[in-house]
Design a protein around this ligand. Structure first.
Ligand code: ADP
Ligand code: MG
Length: 682
């Protein structure tokens, strides 16, 4: 046996076909296999007498077949086998659908162990399609069983066996990567024990000991990785800027900067004027004016002759930045261009030439800005707006070209402090905790469908007063089907047009539209040629239409609170009174409570914390788009104490051995983690 990187095909008992199926679960090596942790467990370790089986719960019992099973056919060509099992305390009726062979295999007088959901009542207990095995030959009962996420071609039992083979195969190989002293100090079990018991726990206590060890290890490695990223940055030289008089910049603005904006720019300027590349996150609630912080940095970079790239997540947003910043930066003597996926070939060539020659100071666009054919003469600063992250991979790609620009990430996702430690461990953070003056609170209401007519009358009133309205309609699909975004939104808008507002201009915006179509729709809305914009969450990010003063969200229960907060942030940007109406027919207490948080507060941080508390980090971060590294086992909503311990331990170790020279195995694991997570870690 070679090592943990051995292809699972070569593991005794797995083979070619099974390896292929396992590959679909991302399992290629022995290490992958044993790190494929169960998603849950079923305790089948103890049997109880029939009389103690609780209807409505899963139970495990030992009982004898009392009489020969009977079989018959029912509608739809299905078969039913029925029989009765007994012990000293009672009777258990058994029903098997489509398992005709049971008729011949269940032997009267034989004792079996049954596991399944108990149905019926206290007088007459029943199990439908239970798991069963003859007593004394137990494989799937008599222990705590791991439950794995599966894929076609792999059953629980196959997975169970494969993991067993895997663990047996690496018994000799599994060394402990955590230093002995860390293990002892934090009372963590050995990794052999941990891997064995995370899959096949001897007892609930053993499971929790195993889990704690593995979660600690995960958080410990992550902390080490973050620290090392920071170290790497210390080794390279950034584009050096010299201090410039910020007042020159400020004089061109139509307003004066808020204290928080000023502070953020000053912090960034200090980074940019040091010899190291800046890696700063500027975090501020929607509407707090983050764009001006970016503008300030871009201006500062230009004073030292550096070019800047500003990346937005969508074309709409890129264009809006271009239209907003272009004139401002222009008045300061900077040349700006817009470069997106829909820039025509000829124009694109010209822009590329200008960037390469250094004629252009600022390039605004989508992530296309950093593809390999875009060459900058002197790229000094990369700003990414909203969730778009400038990941390790991109930084490395630029680094290879010998460029280590300053980076500034703007984010409106308020990250609770505890999580920020993990996600932004490598970033310096500036918080904009102050809104520009004169902002009004957006009045928020949570209503159900019975208010629909009133809401429509309200929309009409706003439009008649010269305002505009957003309506966000989520993708409502049947069961698991992926709904057709275009259809859902278009149908909704058509109905609204025909039945409610035949006289108003209604526009539709969804993610499937071509960039040019989207732009045209947005341009019409910005120019108030349309009054109602029906859209999916594509407008969630950043779009600024000060004349729009109402945001209606249909099926609001489908959105996370932070997402709703982002949506609400689309209104209340001008001086007029603004409203947000959250529609939901969900009556569940939990849903109502969650939505009412929106009614109570306008504070993005409070909302994020509430979201985290109510839904856990998985949901909070959606599809990992906010850069939370994928955690195999640590659960950030409840492992905070452990996180704290792991972080302290990691820092302590790194203080004595920053490069992990004396902890080679750990060093290797950290490198692997950095490579694997290149896209998600910052
Ligand atoms: P966000 O932080 O959500 O990206 P923006 O940068 O888009 O916010 O700013 C929101 C609006 O506030 C814009 O219309 C912008 O011009 C305006 N704004 C920004 N800073 C100030 C300020 N200091 N005083 C007044 N208005 C401001
Ligand atoms: Mg913005």
């Amino acid at each position: 046996m070679a090592d943990l990187h051995t292809d699972i095909r070569y593991i005794h008992g797995i083979g070619e076909a099974r390896a292929k199926a396992l590959a679909r679960l991302g399992i290629a090596t022995l290490q992958d296999l044993i790190s494929y942790f169960p998603r849950g467990y079923e305790d089948r370790s103890h049997t109880v007498p029939i009389a103690q089986l609780v209807p409505g719960e899963n139970g495990c019992t030992r009982a004898m077949i009392a009489a020969a099973p009977t079989a018959h056919r029912i509608s739809g060509g299905r078969s039913v086998v029925k029989c009765r099992a007994v012990d000293d305390t009672g009777v258990l009726d058994l029903t098997f659908f489509n398992q005709e062979y049971r008729k011949n295999t269940l032997q009267p007088g034989q004792t079996y162990v049954f596991y399944g959901r108990v149905e019926g009542n206290l007088l007459r207990r029943q199990m439908v399609n239970p798991l069963l095995e003859p007593e004394g030959q137990q494989q799937i009962t008599g222990r705590i069983m791991p439950i794995y996420s599966l894929t076609a071609g792999i059953s629980q039992l196959m997975m169970d066996r494969a993991v067993r083979q895997g663990l047996d195969a690496c018994r000799e190989l599994l060394s402990d990567d955590l230093p002995e002293e860390v293990r002892r100090q934090h009372q963590l079990c050995h990794s052999n024990y941990a891997y064995e018991n995370i899959h096949f726990p001897d007892s609930p206590e053993a499971l929790s000991i195993a889990r704690r060890r593995l979660a600690f290890e995960e958080l410990f490695l992550l902390t080490c990785a973050m620290q090392q990223l920071r170290e790497y940055r210390q080794d390279v030289t950034g584009p050096e800027c010299h201090q410039a008089d910020l007042e020159i910049f400020c004089r061109q603005l139509p307003f004066s900067l808020t204290g928080a904006q000023r502070r953020a720019i000053t912090e960034a300027a200090a980074d940019m004027c040091s010899s190291r590349p800046m890696n700063r996150l500027c975090q501020g609630d929607v509407g707090s004016g983050k764009t001006m912080v970016a503008a300030g940095c871009i201006w500062l970079a230009a004073q030292s002759g550096w070019q800047s790239a500003l990346m937005a997540p969508t074309e709409i947003l890129a264009r809006q930045h271009y239209q907003g910043l272009g004139p401002l930066l222009g008045s300061l003597g900077l040349r700006c261009v817009l470069l997106t996926g829909s820039t025509r070939a000829k124009e694109r060539r010209e822009i590329l030439a200008q960037l390469a020659s250094g004629e252009v100071d600022v390039c605004i666009g989508t992530h296309a800005l950093l593809t390999s054919d875009v060459q900058y003469a002197r790229l000094g600063l990369v700003v990414t707006d909203e969730q778009h992250r400038f990941g390790v991979a991109q930084r490395a790609a630029l680094g290879e070209k010998g460029v280590h620009p300053h980076t500034l990430v703007l984010s409106a996702t308020p990250i609770p402090r505890t999580l920020a430690l993990i996600i932004y461990g490598d970033l310096d953070v500036s918080v904009i905790d102050e809104l520009p003056p004169g902002r009004q609170k957006v009045d928020t209401f949570v209503v159900d469908g019975s208010y629909r007519t009133r809401v429509q009358a309200f929309i009409r009133k706003q439009v008649e007063a010269g305002h505009q309205v957003f309506i966000v309609c989520p993708l409502v699909g049947e069961d698991d089907q992926i709904p057709d975004e275009r259809k859902a939104v278009t149908a909704y808008a058509r109905q609204l047009q025909q039945e409610v507002f035949p006289d108003l201009q209604i526009a539709v915006l969804h993610g499937k539209m071509k960039p040019r179509e989207k732009e045209a729709v947005m341009a019409d809305f910005v120019a108030a040629r349309t009054q109602i914009l029906v859209s999916t969450t594509v407008i969630e990010v950043g779009v600024d239409v000060p004349n729009a003063n109402a945001m209606i969200v249909e099926n609001a229960e489908r959105f996370g609170l932070s997402q709703l907060h982002q949506l609400r942030g689309r209104v209340g940007r001008g001086s007029v009174k603004s409203y947000c109406i959250l529609m939901s027919d969900h009556t569940a207490q939990e849903t109502r409570e969650r939505l009412q948080v929106m009614q109570r507060t306008n504070d993005g941080f409070k909302i994020a914390e509430e979201d985290l508390r109510l839904r856990g980090p998985g949901d909070f971060f959606g599809s990992r788009q906010h850069g939370l590294p994928a955690m195999k086992i640590a659960d950030l909503s409840c492992d905070m104490r452990l996180l704290d311990e792991a972080q302290k331990a990691a820092r302590q170790l790194l203080a004595g051995d920053p490069e992990l020279q004396h902890h080679r195995k750990l060093q290797q694991r950290v490198r692997q983690l950095l490579q694997r997570s290149a896209g998600t870690l910052n």
